[in-house]
Design a protein around this ligand. Structure first.
Ligand SMILES: [Zn+2]
Ligand SMILES: [Zn+2]
Length: 461
């Protein structure tokens, strides 16, 4: 088997090094020159440390060039600011959806809509398999923006405080880039603009609309305020926790607080349930398998001398491993039901399966992760590629990866101009817009790389 066929064929090597000729070469040769092996080049031209497969080098350079063109940078900031000024909550992203379609129309990119109310899914490439997906979320938060700047939210009480305005913008910018190199795409890129990430139902509803049909792999980015601009951080395997919420109505029999024997006390049953829930993680979970159960709501009673009929408790449970996560849900139910029974009460459990479904853990596929890491290094350099720690937060992106392999990354957007950058969901949240072209380039480079060679193991890197 020839490892590097072009080495014995210098004219092809020359062509490989000329980005402008690359689409012609692909058209002329079909897939016959695609390589299974990877080759690392340590050229540090332009300060970039390349570590891509040989066939990706020229195209990644072209992607980076397109992302950083002055016109493209101005456009990307204008788009992000326009979305930022008009934030919309979950399933109300009509203006954002319309902006996305306006820009896709300008690019001549076909799309389907509406999906899940406001969602859009666009297609770039050959129209044939393989299909690879890129994802952005569109919704804002019910927060009054307190950052005073030229492009502050113009909608009272609503703000893009999680960076989803930037996510949409980066994916639109990736569409622009991919459309310009479409003749070299060896398959189809599916660009998913989904509603309602913050509710946890947007991804699930987009999947019901068929956006993953025939899609082999998926990639997504979340901006991260705790990493410097341009740093890419992720990890293979368990990355973000699964997240579930519960509410339990514990019912007994109300009565005079001075005559407890005539009542069935739900306050005592609820108290026992809260204490027992805290023993789940400390006594039943492997200490090396991080999990959380928090009771954050307790409501019951109205007077000092009345035992109420019922008490409601509620909270959240989280875990990284799917098995642990679903086991935790079962034990939360058993403990509350059991403790209610001990105290002669009954319990009704609600896990909000429809309106606030459990979000599975976000588990990065090892093979796709390695590819993303290698592609990211080719865009941001080795020193800006970091191994992240797992995070107890969760993302509804996990629903996609419950179906198909994929990877999710953090892209640093720490705003150095701000003295103390605030975390997402803060009214003082800001981003560094210089991260936008980087995210666009990584999206595009990943999609291109995947379509070039979907089955690569990337073990060399
Ligand atoms: Zn958020
Ligand atoms: Zn978010």
């Amino acid at each position: 088997m020839e490892l590097y066929p072009y080495l014995s064929y210098p004219p092809i090597l020359l062509l490989l090094l000329l980005p402008a000729l690359w689409p012609l070469l692909l058209l002329a040769s079909g897939t016959s020159i695609l390589l299974d092996q990877t080759e690392t080049s340590n050229s540090s031209e332009n300060g970039i440390f390349w570590s891509s497969t040989s066939e990706e080098l020229p195209v990644n350079e072209e992607i980076l060039r397109l992302a950083n063109l002055p016109d493209a940078v101005k456009w990307i900031k204008d788009i992000r600011r326009e979305i930022h000024e008009y934030p919309e909550l979950a399933y109300e992203e009509f203006r954002t959806s319309s902006l996305i379609r306006r820009e896709l129309d300008k690019m001549d990119v076909p799309y389907r809509w509406p999906l899940a109310g406001t969602g859009v899914v666009a297609f770039i490439g050959s129209g044939s398999p393989p299909f690879v997906a890129l994802r952005a979320d569109m919704d804002a938060l019910p927060i009054q923006e307190l950052v005073e700047w030229e492009h502050k939210s113009k909608v009272a009480g609503k703000m893009h405080a999680c960076g989803h305005d930037a996510h949409v913008t980066m994916l639109l910018a990736a569409a622009r880039i991919l459309q310009q190199i479409r003749s070299s795409l060896q398959g189809t890129v599916v660009l998913i603009f989904q509603p309602a990430e913050e509710l946890g139902t947007g991804a699930r509803n987009m999947i019901k609309e068929g956006v993953l049909d025939n899609v082999e792999a998926i990639f997504g980015i979340h901006l991260a305020f705790h990493y410097p601009t341009g740093v890419v951080a992720s990890k293979p395997g368990d990355f973000l926790a699964g997240c579930g919420h519960f509410r339990a109505k514990i019912s007994g029999k109300g009565g005079h607080a001075a005559i407890p024997q005539s009542s069935i006390d739900p306050v005592l049953a609820a108290s026992s349930a809260v204490i027992s829930l805290q023993q789940l993680v400390s006594r039943e979970a492997d200490p090396l398998d991080s999990q959380v159960v928090s009771v954050s709501i307790i409501n019951g009673g109205s007077a000092y001398n009345i035992i109420p009929d019922s008490v409601t408790i509620g909270g959240t449970f989280r875990a990284f491993r799917k098995k642990s996560f679903y086991a935790l849900r079962q034990r939360v139910e058993e403990v509350i039901t059991g403790q209610a029974a001990v105290h002669r009460c009954t319990a009704e459990l609600d896990f909000f399966d429809e309106e606030r479904p459990m979000i599975p853990p976000t588990v990065n596929d090892e093979r796709i992760y390695e590819r993303v890491r290698r592609v990211s290094v080719s865009i941001v350099g080795e020193k800006n590629s970091r191994r992240a720690q797992p995070v107890m937060g969760s993302e509804d992106y996990a629903f996609y990866m419950d179906r198909i392999p994929g990877t999710f990354i953090f892209l640093g957007s720490k705003n150095e101009k701000v003295e103390k950058p605030q975390p997402p969901h803060s009214p003082y949240f800001t981003i560094d817009e210089d991260a936008l072209p980087v995210g666009a380039a990584i999206h595009a480079a990943f999609a291109y790389s995947y379509l070039m060679n979907p089955t690569a193991t990337d073990s060399a890197n």
